[in-house]
Design a protein around this ligand. Structure first.
Ligand SMILES: Cc1ncc(COP(=O)(O)O)c(C=O)c1O
Length: 499
């Protein structure tokens, strides 16, 4: 086969993946039509079917890699059908588990453009306009958060990596220049990090991966409102200093993953300044709510943070994946991440254009900024803020409906997370209530009419609804109490019958 290209007159290639423009156009138009129909059908579908792994594996079968390729026009529609019939839809108006938003169509179209243009945003010369679009996207996100002008950052895969960037920038900035050559062992400092007990698990991964070890994490208890207890934070830092540790950074969370609590960011910022400790905010979920006026006041103190992690794939409704790391002084990124090997000839000196491979963990980088940038252009600042405000209002409405209902106990409400539990008549022991609500959660998730997750608050197993969904309407939240109550009653009836 190789001889075709090495001998004789030049012949056109017959490349298996070459698609002529007529074929691309026809397949693309049909695909967009099919996806538009799917989106229209979404509210009428269950959030998920009760899927188990063997059954889903059977759908694909065990056939080996096919020797010969298939027709593009045939594989696309059948793939959409496969996914539409066998997926959990986090874009569904009644999907309220975890913090995975409903994805806006503009983001999907943005991904299509990005994939066709396929710039490599590792280096500016490989992606001139695209790199500038990323820079503008980061600046617009900072504006939404009311984070200082002059800040900078980059887009990453999500909240975990955005938090890692802040962590690594702190490690370099607070331990000195040679940490990157000598490593932590030779550096000799015993570094410690501080965060509330409600902090997301990324902190454990960071402490482990970046050489501190998970024992370096000081989990500071939270108060009755699930916010970091400042007296405990101060006391722990002092005790660590006396014991010879070096406090590296304090993590304040803007919207905890469990109940949406916002730590006392203003006080943490002041403490970090006094103590010369890096202040990082995990705002993966809640930082974008700083765009709204009427939210917990501490969200308007993000400007005190040295770094902030924020997730467009949460409250900007960007399709997965899109996270963003913001640094008040973006030079810390170059200090923490830059190497300039001889085989990358992307300019030299202080005024070389921004080469994103020097600012983070990745080398080759896709154009994930485009879907975020287009979303911000289509929504505008006011539109983005209004969607978040509406999500919060709908959550308050849900919490109110639950509270009015005689069969429920409404528990926490913060940002767009409400927690509650079903209270069967006569059931009082905590273990029984926990067992019942856990079984109720499983049943609700199997049924797929409303899809919550759970939170554990003061030892109680609660249902948890989180609205990050511009597709959710007031009528959806009004239907939820009765959906849950009907499922609970059916469970109680069958258990009474089987007793
Ligand atoms: C507060 C918080 N931090 C970090 C993360 C991790 O974000 P990602 O899943 O985008 O990596 C989450 C995810 O829900 C979160 O809620």
């Amino acid at each position: 086969m190789g001889k075709v290209h090495t001998e004789g007159d030049p012949q056109p290639r017959d490349a298996a993946l070459a698609t002529d423009s007529d074929e691309f156009r026809a397949a693309g138009h049909a695909l967009v039509d099919q996806l538009a129909d799917f989106l229209t059908s979404l509210p009428e579908r269950p959030v998920t079917r009760d899927l188990d792994q063997p059954a889903v594996r059977d759908l694909l079968g065990t056939r080996p890699l096919p020797e010969h390729g298939e027709d593009l026009a045939a594989v696309l529609p059948t793939t959409v059908e496969l996914l539409a019939d066998n997926s959990l839809f986090n874009s569904h108006p009644k999907f309220m588990a975890y913090i995975t938003s409903s994805a806006a169509p503009v983001g999907a179209l943005g991904d299509l453009i990005a994939a066709v243009m396929n710039p490599n945003l590792g280096g500016w010369t490989l992606s001139a306009v695209a790199s500038e679009i990323e820079t503008q996207t980061v600046q617009w996100i900072a504006e939404l958060l009311r984070y200082p002008s002059g800040s900078g950052g980059l887009l990453v895969s999500g909240g975990n990596v955005a938090n890692f960037i802040g962590f690594l920038a702190a490690r370099r900035a607070k331990t000195g220049a040679d940490i990157r050559e000598k490593g932590l062992i030779q550096n000799g400092q015993r570094l410690t990090v501080y965060c509330s007990s409600g902090t997301h698990t990324w902190i454990q991964k960071a402490a482990d991966l970046f050489g501190l070890g998970t024992e370096a994490v000081r989990w500071i208890p939270a108060d009755a409102d699930h916010r970091m207890d400042m007296a405990q934070l101060e006391a722990t830092i002092q005790a660590d200093r006396e014991a010879g540790f070096t406090p590296l950074l304090v993590v304040g969370t803007a919207g905890t993953v469990g109940v949406g609590a916002v730590d006392p960011l203003r006080e943490i910022g002041a403490l970090c300044q006094r103590e010369d400790i890096w202040f990082h905010v995990d705002g993966a979920y809640g930082a974008l709510a700083a765009a709204v006026d009427d939210v917990p006041a501490d969200l308007h103190a993000l400007a005190l943070a040295d770094s902030v992690a924020v997730d467009p794939h949460k409250w900007l409704y960007t399709p997965l994946e899109a996270g963003c790391a913001l640094l008040k002084d973006p030079r810390h990124l170059v200090d923490a991440f830059s190497f300039t090997p001889e085989y990358y000839f992307f300019g030299e000196g202080e005024d070389r254009p921004i080469n994103y491979y020097e600012l983070g963990l990745q080398n080759s980088r896709g154009f994930r900024a485009l879907k975020v940038w287009l979303g911000l252009r289509v929504a505008g600042r006011a539109g983005a803020a209004k969607m978040i405000e509406d999500d919060i209002a709908l959550t308050e409405r849900l919490h109110g409906r639950i509270d009015e209902h005689p069969d429920f106990e409404a528990r926490t409400l913060s940002l767009s997370i409400s927690t509650f539990r079903y209270m069967p008549a006569g059931m009082e022991a905590q273990e029984d209530l926990n067992r019942f609500n856990q079984a109720l959660l499983e049943r609700l998730q199997e049924e797929g009419k409303f899809y919550p997750s759970n939170a554990i608050v003061d030892g109680d197993f609660l249902l948890r609804a989180c609205v990050v969904n511009f597709r959710t309407e007031a009528k959806d939240v009004d239907e939820i109490p009765e959906i849950v109550a009907a499922t609970a009653r059916a469970m109680l009836e069958t258990s009474a019958v089987s007793e």
